[in-house]
Write a protein that binds this ligand. Structure first.
Ligand SMILES: Cc1cc2nc3c(=O)[nH]c(=O)nc-3n(C[C@H](O)[C@H](O)[C@H](O)COP(=O)(O)OP(=O)(O)OC[C@H]3O[C@@H](n4cnc5c(N)ncnc54)[C@H](O)[C@@H]3O)c2cc1C
Length: 375
């Protein structure tokens, strides 16, 4: 007799930060949850890795509609910070962004700061040069410093969430790739090389592997390179992003007592079915990024390189996320395209996904994230 597959209220595909938050909220509400990942979290092949992701209140936003969500996601982060005290996921380093003088973003950031009641200080070129004497800061550059911004300790948090899942009875199937989602009347059969699992709802959060699921959701991938140098060679007091228009964007994160991570954009690629998102570092990328960093921080030539790694960020064409019920099957809920803001919004996105899975709607109705907007 053929054995019937195990049944779950919810299957989550992908244990990056968004999938883990979906798992966390769903299990906290009492759902019977199974989560899959093709690798063992935390791993370096998706987007949720390393020791630092910056979360700010005012920077890097697409438009005004995100203001209430910034507030909500920060409230959730404060809760998570208390829920995982051993990790202390929020490191309140502050964050500074350098942009050209006259860039309209300066006044946007300041008005957001006022409305969200978070202190943001404007620094002119002279002020920046005296705070950061080791950087070659071009004339007519201004900086905005958000004092209460934080870095998230990514991998310790992921390990803690996996351990939480373990102790709360979540079935965690890591090293198990989901190859097919087969809709049936009352749910979905999740198929992997190891087995078949039945779930009333499936939340799909595969990061850069989204094209693999043939959901007709266009994405673009940005290839980035990360370089680590010893903290003693660049002792920055705060996270620093440099977005001066002429050169690739750079970000410097004081991620531990020992190292500073530098992230630089390498290229923007079109969506493709290419499955391995971040495989190997190529020499051209290293040369390109070293040149870009050198123009801003000459110390790169003297600093011992701790290591470098490639990584991939996933964007939608309009930069708004995908969070919604798949139009062709109400049992499949998708979260993707979280771009450079995915960590900031992960607790809230996870909650939206769970609301959509169990209630068919989310209190905020984030309609700009609908999955059918390109069809
Ligand atoms: C270098 C870098 C810096 C960033 N900086 C910031 C920042 O400062 N602030 C910020 O807010 N955001 C930042 N981001 C963005 C943020 O990290 C991402 O948006 C976020 O991690 C996305 O999480 P995710 O869960 O959607 O995807 P991922 O973390 O990529 O997770 C997807 C998971 O799905 C799994 N998977 C895929 N296909 C399958 C399958 N078929 N079966 C089973 N499992 C599967 C993968 O193995 C992976 O573990 C940065 C991103 C990068 C790359």
């Amino acid at each position: 007799m053929k054995e019937s597959p195990a049944h779950y209220d919810l299957a989550v595909v992908g244990s990056g930060i968004v999938g883990l938050f979906a798992m966390y909220w769903a299990r906290s509400q009492g759902a019977k949850v199974i989560i899959f990942d093709r690798y063992h979290p935390p791993h370096r092949l998706g987007s949720s890795h390393g020791l630092s992701r910056a979360i700010e209140r005012t920077f890097n936003e697409v438009d005004e509609r995100y203001k209430p969500w910034v507030r909500q996601t920060w409230e959730l982060w404060e809760t998570i910070n208390l829920a995982f005290p051993a990790v202390g996921p929020l490191q309140r380093t502050g964050a500074l962004i350098m942009i050209p003088e006259g860039d309209p973003r300066a006044s946007t950031f300041q008005s957001w700061a006022q409305e969200l009641r978070t202190p943001v200080t404007l620094l002119g070129t002279g002020g920046l040069r005296s705070h950061f004497p080791y950087f070659s800061i071009p004339r007519h550059t201004v900086g905005l410093w958000e004092k209460d911004a934080a870095l998230i300790r990514v991998e310790p948090l992921i390990e803690a969430m996996v351990a939480w899942g373990e102790s709360h009875g979540v079935a965690q199937h890591y090293g198990e790739e989901v190859q097919e989602l087969a809709p049936e009347e009352s749910g979905v059969i999740v198929m992997t090389p190891q087995g078949r699992y039945q779930a009333s709802r499936v939340i799909v959060t595969p990061g850069p592997w989204l094209p693999q699921f043939n959901l007709s959701l266009p994405i673009r991938k940005k290839r980035q390179l990360m370089i680590w140098v010893p903290r003693h060679s660049l002792n920055i007091p705060t996270a620093v992003s440099v977005d001066l228009g002429e050169h690739p964007r750079l970000a410097f994160y004081p991620e531990s007592e020992v190292t500073v991570k530098i992230v630089a954009d390498v290229s923007l690629e079109d969506s493709s079915a290419e499955v391995a998102p971040a495989s190997g570092v190529n020499v051209e990328d290293i040369v390109k990024v070293n040149d870009a960093v050198r123009q801003f921080w000459r110390g790169i030539d003297q600093a011992p390189l701790v290591r470098h790694e490639p990584c991939t960020a996933t964007y939608t064409p309009d930069l708004h996320f995908y969070v919604g019920i798949w139009p062709k099957d109400p049992h499949i809920i998708v979260g993707g395209g979280f771009s450079g803001r995915g960590f900031k919004y992960a607790p809230l996105a996870g909650r939206w996904l769970v609301d959509l899975a169990f209630r068919g709607e989310s209190a905020d109705s984030p309609s700009l994230f609908r999955l059918d907007r390109y069809s």
